[in-house]
Design a protein around this ligand. Structure first.
Ligand SMILES: Cc1cc2nc3c(=O)[nH]c(=O)nc-3n(C[C@H](O)[C@H](O)[C@H](O)COP(=O)(O)OP(=O)(O)OC[C@H]3O[C@@H](n4cnc5c(N)ncnc54)[C@H](O)[C@@H]3O)c2cc1C
Length: 325
């Protein structure tokens, strides 16, 4: 399972047409016919390459090298959809083991680490298998001199993911957590996870969640993000502020000054291809900035979700189409 956009954010004008557009893009993300069309269209490669490193491990290494040369840190995500068998789960684990070996051999660790979805390692049908696979990846990351962050998925998986995290941290204390500001529980989770050495990525959250567990308006989510950010920045851990939101980035910069946190004591994180100029600006300011770099054969669903999140990205799609005519 990968991020689905939370469709309530950023609506000011034309929200109905944007909602329609999002629904159409999300419907397209589930259509194998549209997938075939997009995958074979001549302009697709350029569009995909904006958001995804490519299909193979070589592509991931090439893109990582480029980002690291630009002063960015990287977290790599092997894209996958719907792991439903142990064989798929083990194949994902093996891909991460191979990736970590290659990153280390290329001298790209510790600048590059990996992000892992427990669902891709079998969490949906066998939590023990997901833990065993995650543990193997943590061991390989440790041997490669780098770290692992466990992505967070929808709220039904939060407890299970935090349980697995706690077990992994016994042997691999640098294993990173992700907390989603839209969940009502998250401020309290931030307190729990703000101790020494605790790496926590704070994001808004990307799944469509019910009101019973999640704030629904952009304003409430943003306010929660700031409360959580304050807890993490005031704590003893290592906050990783994952957002493209200019206001939240400015608040992050302000709190870094307030709590005297230099570039080794927190970082900003953004997705590959999104606000690259802002990523470069923050690097120029001396901050640690980590780019979340997805790669893999299953790029289609990820690409469509990024487009749905911000339909303005369709302009990029359109320009690529016109320029290749
Ligand atoms: C490094 C990283 C890791 C993440 N890991 C997880 C995870 O494990 N679990 C999870 O649920 N979610 C995860 N997310 C996704 C996150 O929860 C949000 O859905 C996503 O980041 C959008 O929220 P935002 O904070 O950027 O704010 P938004 O309110 O979505 O956007 C704020 C501003 O950022 C810019 N922007 C945002 N999106 C785009 C875009 N697609 N194209 C161009 N500009 C854009 C625009 O200027 C926009 O106004 C992760 C995000 C990042 C950056």
């Amino acid at each position: 399972m990968t991020y689905a956009p939370a469709p309530r954010r950023g609506w000011v004008d034309g929200r109905y047409s944007r909602l329609m557009l999002r629904s159409v893009i999300l419907a397209a993300s589930r259509s194998s016919q549209v997938e075939r069309l997009v995958a074979t269209a001549p302009f697709t490669r350029d569009v995909v390459r904006r958001f995804v490193a490519g299909a193979g491990t070589d592509d991931a290494l090439r893109a990582t090298r480029g980002l690291v040369a630009d002063g960015l840190a990287v977290t790599l995500d092997n894209l996958g959809e719907d792991t439903v068998t142990p064989e798929q789960a083990n194949a994902t684990r093996d891909e991460y083991l191979k990736l970590l070996r290659l990153l280390s051999a290329a001298g790209l660790t510790p600048a590059a680490e990996v992000s892992v979805k427990l669902s891709a390692l079998g969490q949906m049908f066998d939590e023990q298998l997901a833990y065993d696979n995650a543990r193997a990846i943590c061991a390989a990351a440790d041997a490669a001199g780098t770290t692992v962050t466990l992505d967070m998925e929808d709220h039904t998986t939060t407890d299970s993911t935090l349980d697995v995290l706690a077990k992994l941290r016994k042997d691999y204390p640098s294993t990173g957590a992700v907390l989603q500001a839209y969940l009502r529980r998250t401020e309290s989770d931030c307190r729990e996870l703000s101790g020494a050495g605790s790496r926590v990525r704070l994001c808004k959250g990307a799944y469509k969640e019910p009101e019973s567990v999640a704030y629904q308006s952009a304003r409430e989510v943003d306010k929660s993000y700031v409360r959580c950010l304050n807890v993490l920045m005031a704590g003893d851990g290592y906050p990783m502020l994952a957002t493209h939101d200019p206001r939240l980035i400015a608040i992050g910069e302000d709190r870094a000054r307030w709590f005297d946190r230099g570039p080794n004591r927190f970082e900003f994180q953004m997705l590959y291809g999104i606000r690259p100029e802002e990523q470069a600006r923050l690097v120029g300011e001396g901050y640690t900035v980590r780019t979340y770099l997805p790669y893999g054969e299953d790029w289609y669903g990820y690409l469509m979700r990024r487009l749905a999140e911000r339909p303005a990205n369709l302009m990029f799609f359109g320009r690529a189409l016109i320029s290749k005519k």
